[in-house]
Structures are given as structure tokens and as C-alpha cells.
Design a protein around this ligand. Structure first.
Ligand SMILES: [Zn+2]
Length: 263
């Protein structure tokens, strides 16, 4: 055994760096190893949100040299990081192919009546951008007279991972009540502090019970304001230009939900 080459010295895993889009923090990372991809695949197959979340968390920690985890990364920073890690492992570009739907005269050879030529769509993952919605406001004013407001923060991946993977189970659709409950939990985890008059209460000093009671006792319109905060969170997207060889179709598509490329 001792004569076999030491894997640590023959295989060098490269290190890269990137700037997280929402915080501007610069971090170092390395791509997934085969062993880690396998672990992730097995976790995904289990469809157990707890298993998937725990596996992803240990993977992110290992690949960022223990500097980041699901509890330190906002959702969009997590997405961005995972895409970049995948891009380094599998290549910076992803090619999609789509038949052209431009109408053409129906002939015997072409009974479909569409151009049908294959349009190559090349997505360059290094061009990923983050869209910030101007309606995404950190401060939510609840009451002008008592000067009560909530200061929100973007949810960390750890806050929403269970929601994402639970809802993503095959064929599983959340009923409206469960959906409402999850949104409520998510809103709760995004509260950074509560301001009453001149006093600022950090969410860390407020108990979960108190915050629950607090949200429960708000007029229902306020919950919509909190929901809006979640709905307007920054999103990652990629604008891709494409052109059919026929020359008639030329456009740009916006691709969102980029993680599915690398799942
Ligand atoms: Zn065409």
C-alpha cells in the first residue's frame, strides 16, 4: 500500500476567487470534487430536505475553506456561488439548442410550416448578473404615530433552504395554508430588528414567541408589505443573445432560476 502514489500530491485542486454580488465580499473557493457531487446526488435522491440541506451546507463549507455556509450566504449569493463552482467544474458555457419557430410557406419537404433550423443558444455563466428591485426596501413602516417599524435583512440560504427543498419535492404542491405558514416563517427569519419610537430591538434579543405574537397581531395589510419584501429580493439572471441561421430571428432571452442548469 505504501508504494501507491499519494493522491493529495498528484491531484491539485485549483482555487478561485469571486465577489459575492449582494455583499461585495470577496471569497476564495474551489470546485466540487467527484466525491462531493456523488454525496449531493444521493442526498437529492433521498428527497429529504434535512439531508439535502445538511449535505449542501457541508459542501459549501468545504469548498469555501470553512469561510461560508448556508447561514452566512444570502439566497442570491449562494446561487451565484453554486453556479460559479459548477461553471469551474463543468465549463463556463452551457449550450442550449432550440428549433426556430419562424413561419415559412408549407411545402412537401416542410409540412410544419416553420423554419425549424436549430438555433444555438450559448449561455456564458461568467455573464450572470443580479437584478435589484427598487421596491425592495429594508425598512417597513408599520405605524406612523407610534413610530413602529421593522428592519428586514435578505434571507440567508439557511433560512429558506428547507422551504425550497420541501416545496421542490416531486409532485408536491403546497396547499395555500401551508404556503402561508412557510411565508410567515420566512418573514420571521428576515427580521433584523424592530423599532418602537427611539428604541431599537435586535431580533436576537426578541424571542421567537414574541416575534410570532407581534406578526400575528399586525393588521393583515402589513403582512403584505413583509411579503413584498420577500417577493422583490434580488434575482440572478443571464441575458443571452441568439440568432437563427435563417437570419429572420434575432433576439435576447432572459434566463432566471439558473441553478437548474447545474443540478
Ligand atoms: Zn429560423
Amino acid at each position: 500500500m505504501s508504494n501507491l502514489p499519494d493522491l493529495k500530491t498528484i491531484i491539485k485542486v485549483p482555487t478561485y476567487s469571486l465577489t459575492l454580488p449582494s455583499t461585495g465580499r470577496k471569497i476564495s473557493y474551489r470546485p466540487f470534487l467527484v466525491r462531493e457531487e456523488k454525496a449531493l446526488m444521493i442526498a437529492r435522491l433521498s428527497e429529504e430536505p434535512d439531508t439535502i440541506v445538511a449535505t449542501l451546507d457541508s459542501l459549501v463549507r468545504a469548498c469555501t475553506f470553512d469561510n461560508e455556509g448556508l447561514d452566512t450566504l444570502s439566497v442570491q449569493d449562494y446561487e451565484y456561488l453554486v453556479i460559479q463552482m459548477g461553471a469551474k467544474a463543468k465549463g463556463e458555457t452551457i449550450s442550449l439548442r432550440q428549433p426556430c419557430k419562424e413561419p415559412v410557406p408549407i411545402t412537401e419537404e416542410n409540412p410544419e410550416g416553420t423554419c425549424g433550423k436549430i438555433i444555438p443558444i450559448v449561455c456564458n455563466l461568467s455573464d450572470i448578473q443580479v437584478e435589484h428591485n427598487p421596491d425592495h426596501k429594508k425598512t417597513i413602516v408599520l405605524d406612523e404615530t407610534s413610530k413602529t417599524s421593522i428592519i428586514m435583512r435578505d434571507p440567508r440560504m439557511g433560512d429558506v433552504a428547507h422551504i425550497v427543498f420541501d416545496a421542490g419535492k416531486e409532485g408536491k404542491m403546497l396547499d395555500p395554508e401551508a404556503n402561508m405558514k412557510l411565508r410567515f416563517q420566512m418573514a420571521l427569519s428576515c427580521i433584523e430588528s424592530v423599532v418602537v419610537g427611539e428604541e431599537v430591538y435586535d431580533a436576537k434579543v426578541l424571542t421567537k414567541e414574541w416575534l410570532n405574537e407581534f406578526l400575528d397581531s399586525l393588521p393583515s395589510g402589513h403582512l403584505r408589505k413583509i411579503s413584498q419584501y420577500i417577493d422583490t429580493m434580488p434575482k440572478t439572471y443571464l441575458d443571452v443573445k441568439y440568432e437563427c441561421p435563417c437570419g429572420k430571428v434575432k433576439d435576447t432571452i432572459r434566463i432566471e432560476g439558473l441553478q437548474r442548469f447545474l443540478a
